[in-house]
Write a protein that binds this ligand. Sequence first.
Ligand SMILES: *[C@@H]1O[C@H](CO)[C@@H](O)[C@H](O)[C@H]1NC(C)=O
Ligand SMILES: *[C@@H]1O[C@H](CO)[C@@H](O)[C@H](O)[C@H]1NC(C)=O
Ligand SMILES: *[C@@H]1O[C@H](CO)[C@@H](O)[C@H](O)[C@H]1NC(C)=O
Ligand SMILES: *[C@@H]1O[C@H](CO)[C@@H](O)[C@H](O)[C@H]1NC(C)=O
Length: 460
Amino acid sequence: MEIQSSPKSRALSKRKSSSIARPSTKLIISIFSVITILILLRMQSSSTFFSSNDKVLMSKLRDSVTFHPLKDLRYVETATIGNTWFMSSLNDTQEEGEAEHLFFPSESSKGRLLCIKGNDRRDGGKNSYALAWPESLPDSATLLKGLTFVSDTYYNYENLWHGVNAIAPFVGWSLKNDCSKPTRWILFHWGEFRHRMGSWVHNITQANFGEVVVESFPEGGGGDGVHCFEKAVVMRHNAGKMGKKRKLEVFDLLRCKARSFCGVSHGGRGLEVNRIGQPVVRLTLLMRKGSRSFKDPTAVITVFVRECAMVQGCVLEVSQSDELSFCDQVKVMSNTDIVVSPHGAQLTNMLFMDRNSSVMEFFPKGWLEMAGVGQYAHHWMADMSGMNHAGSWWDSLGEKECPHPNNNRECFKFYKEGLVGHNETYFADWARTVLTQARARKLEMNKVKSSHLTSNICTC
Ligand SMILES: *[C@@H]1O[C@H](CO)[C@@H](O)[C@H](O)[C@H]1NC(C)=O
Ligand SMILES: *[C@@H]1O[C@H](CO)[C@@H](O)[C@H](O)[C@H]1NC(C)=O
Ligand SMILES: *[C@@H]1O[C@H](CO)[C@@H](O)[C@H](O)[C@H]1NC(C)=O
Ligand SMILES: *[C@@H]1O[C@H](CO)[C@@H](O)[C@H](O)[C@H]1NC(C)=O
């Protein structure tokens, strides 16, 4: 073995040896001698790469791999804040402005790989994880090559809003790490195994990373089901501490990739003008059916049609969100400057609008008083994706009164999926304000033209 030192470190050690007393030099020399002797002895005694002593040691290491439950019930009460119950013995890596995450193997895992055992879909406490060195993986383990994205969410992978929040931190990590794409995804909800994403969530993930392989670990398949990962990224706090700048980059990328996937121009709306050179402002009523739909859709449409007709360049479209495929949702929203929609997952599609577009949201009775912070989900979505949340309207009238007036929990359940009424005066005033703002923004864009044209190339 040859030990080289750079001129700098040689100079450094010279300076040290002149300032520090002699004995330390002697000590270094004797340590070196001992190491040299040990190396020589080892070379003599072993013909193969690993000596029999090594083998015994590795077997001991292999046997000492300790599995812990994926879901630690000690942290049930604080699962959404501070301490996570998922892989509770491990601390996140925190980098300024990035989502907290874990990466294996890494310095903090001391070079160990992540291993996961179990595919229980009902009890996360029955699934477990361990760290193991690549040379001493548990006997029954299957090593899965490539990069694995391991996600645990407090919510789910079916709903658009919840799903995109679970995916976003991985997109951020990928942006930071040469646009790396995962070989596979492993999904958990409260430590319980999940083997699929909802189709919208699947589609946006596919648009971003290419083919999506969600591990399904069939029950009773392969050894006792220990899988170790060559490389793994674990996310368990959604976008958590991700900074504003990174969030906007993530959503710019998701928008760009989805548009490209669906064959919509990456540049989006840009500067559309009508026949007489006036900027076009496109207003979309994104309707729902059933729960939280407008009680009288025709009356609502009539108000917006009337206000739109009074603004130069305004074009109105009514779209039934429930009937649109993923790509139709991307197309409709890429072509929208103002979205008008009741509260609901369909509003997550706002992320496909050009940046700075506007959102008008409507709630049925009960939400303002009883829904808590969850009702601001689309304010957060607007914030993350760079949209302008132009406010909400809360219906103050219900169809029926809650039969348990003193029980908030029961009453919220009672009102939660109700229909949304309307107030013509309020809607008209509000529409006028938002349309005026949107038109002003377009006129401003018209003035500074090229500087606002979005690049046609996605970051990844
Ligand atoms: C995780 O962080 C806490 C608090 O900073 C610390 O006490 C603990 O030792 C850390 N655990 C590991 C495994 O690094
Ligand atoms: C969206 O995902 C579903 C599966 O979840 C698939 O059947 C469908 O073809 C996908 N759509 C597109 C446009 O890729
Ligand atoms: C969005 O609006 C902000 C503030 O008015 C402006 O600085 C920014 O350039 C706009 N971004 C785009 C993409 O139009
Ligand atoms: C409708 O909105 C107007 C204007 O904001 C308000 O003055 C009026 O009280 C509202 N009507 C009802 C029934 O809430």
